[in-house]
Write a protein that binds this ligand. Sequence first.
Ligand SMILES: Cc1cc2nc3c(=O)[nH]c(=O)nc-3n(C[C@H](O)[C@H](O)[C@H](O)COP(=O)(O)O)c2cc1C
Length: 220
Amino acid sequence: MTLYRLDASIRVDGSASGELADIVEQEWLAAHPGDTVVRRHLGTNPIPADAWPLAAFAGYTPEQDRSPEQRQAVALAATLVDELLAADAIVLAVPLYNFGVSQHFKTWVDMVITDPRMAAGAQPILAGKPAVLVTVRGGNYQPGTPREGWDHATGWMRRILADVWHLDLKVVQAEFTLVGVNPALDQFRDLGRQLRQEAEEQARRHGRALGAAVPSAMAA
Ligand SMILES: Cc1cc2nc3c(=O)[nH]c(=O)nc-3n(C[C@H](O)[C@H](O)[C@H](O)COP(=O)(O)O)c2cc1C
């Protein structure tokens, strides 16, 4: 069995999304001791920004007329899709940046969608595959907070992963990860601790469910 883990934090140390994904991964490994975790870290190893236009326009270019750069981009997109297809379960750890989706994650999604197997109208080849999305936000966007509605990333990620790709998606959401980092948020220390504990519990619960999930190919 294989767990595919994708990280998008631009940090290597002290990443809250990484730590929550660690919990999910540990729970999955507890159910599948010795099995494989395949990793891709978009923060430290980003997909080049020009790969997407190259791959996208290669799709409109007859194969024999494609440039070497287009061929390379098409091959990279195919590799990304192969990684998803080979996985029995998926965990994605993606922070909120500037009220929107991480550009590294967006480029990854855009690249995946250029592959003909993932194009609009194609059979949803990832349908039913169990996945956990870990999202972390420095602020607090819960209902009733002053910035409710300012997170323009999570809704989009749910749309792509669950509604477009048809993954069997669970979401771990952590708020206020900047409490203890940004002194302006010091008044929220207790709430920050509580929200962190709740996110860790959510990560444990969804990690256990990911470990217990039977991939649809095996269930059939
Ligand atoms: C450049 C940058 C922009 C950020 N923009 C936001 C933002 O718009 N809203 C927010 O709540 N947090 C924002 N944050 C905070 C991150 O979401 C928070 O630090 C999160 O924990 C980062 O993920 P990581 O801990 O996995 O690295 C930003 C952080 C950075 C570095």
